[in-house]
Design a protein around this ligand. Structure first.
Ligand code: ADP
Ligand code: MG
Length: 244
């Protein structure tokens, strides 16, 4: 049994008087796909933002490998290189081509060799099934295509784990599926993934383990088949009845 890649213990986070995470604990092993589901406002995005050090937290601990994310001397750039994150809003640079968007961070942030980065970026464009769209500008691509560029951009930093925060929530229904297929490809290749999603069928299909959160706590968790077919808690049952 290898040490978990992400280890969260007793995580607490508040925004002013609003306690948003009330003691959240879980682990993600290398190569695992973990889904977090739960109602809006339950703290799902905040968990991911804490892992990536986008927001500070008051109590508990987060480790990514050996790195203590709560350490005030944390090197955030080094952490975010290892922990890729994709959001609902893809925020591509509109005046850069798809390929340039994918290449930008490794060259500017990591000072990597342009030719090496370009070769990797082209391979990633193919991996997210956008071969031929390298020179397209974001405005010429569908929402689903732009989101796949955003995924390739994050992968080009060669992260150890990917965090996905409702990456299909803003997309037209017809492009949702192509993004989910891309994520499933990654999971099947063994990329460690932590996904917040409203796509229950997808969660059931790809997740090794599912966590249901409500009001800042993990209400229950389990293997997807068990959690979706036989939830143990009333709150989980009520949520699944609403969304399934
Ligand atoms: P979810 O992703 O499950 O919808 P969030 O983690 O986004 O939930 O939000 C959890 C709670 O934290 C909500 O009540 C939200 O209003 C609050 N919250 C999130 N971000 C901030 C912020 N930057 N400032 C103040 N409150 C916030
Ligand atoms: Mg959210």
């Amino acid at each position: 049994m290898t040490a978990p890649l992400i280890r969260i213990e007793g995580l607490r986070k508040r925004f002013g008087a609003n306690e948003v995470l009330k003691g959240v604990s879980f682990e993600v092993a290398r190569g695992e796909a973990i889904c977090i589901i739960g109602p809006s406002g339950s703290g799902k995005s905040t968990i991911l933002r804490c892992i990536n050090a986008l927001v500070p937290f008051e109590a508990g601990s987060i480790h990514v490998g050996e790195t203590d994310v709560g350490d005030p001397r944390l090197d955030k750039i080094a952490l975010r290189r290892r922990v890729g994150m994709v959001f609902q809003q893809y925020n591509l640079f509109p005046h850069r081509t798809a390929l340039q968007n994918v290449m930008m961070a490794p060259i500017q942030v990591l000072k990597q060799d342009r030719r090496e980065v370009e070769a990797r970026a082209r391979a990633l464009m193919a991996k997210v099934r956008l071969e031929g769209k390298e020179d397209a500008y974001p405005g010429e691509l569908s929402g689903g295509q732009q989101q796949r560029v955003a995924i390739a951009r994050s992968l080009c930093m060669q992260p150890e784990v990917m965090l996905f925060d409702e990456v299909t929530a803003a997309l037209d229904p017809e492009t949702v599926k192509e993004v989910l297929v891309t994520i499933r490809d990654l999971v099947e290749e063994g990329m460690t993934c932590l996904l917040v999603t409203h796509e229950m069928a997808f969660a059931r299909d790809v997740a090794d383990h599912v966590y249901f959160t409500d009001s800042g706590v993990i209400v229950e968790h389990g293997a997807p088949d068990a959690l979706f077919t036989a939830p143990r808690h009333e709150r989980t049952r009520a949520f699944l009845e609403r969304v399934l």
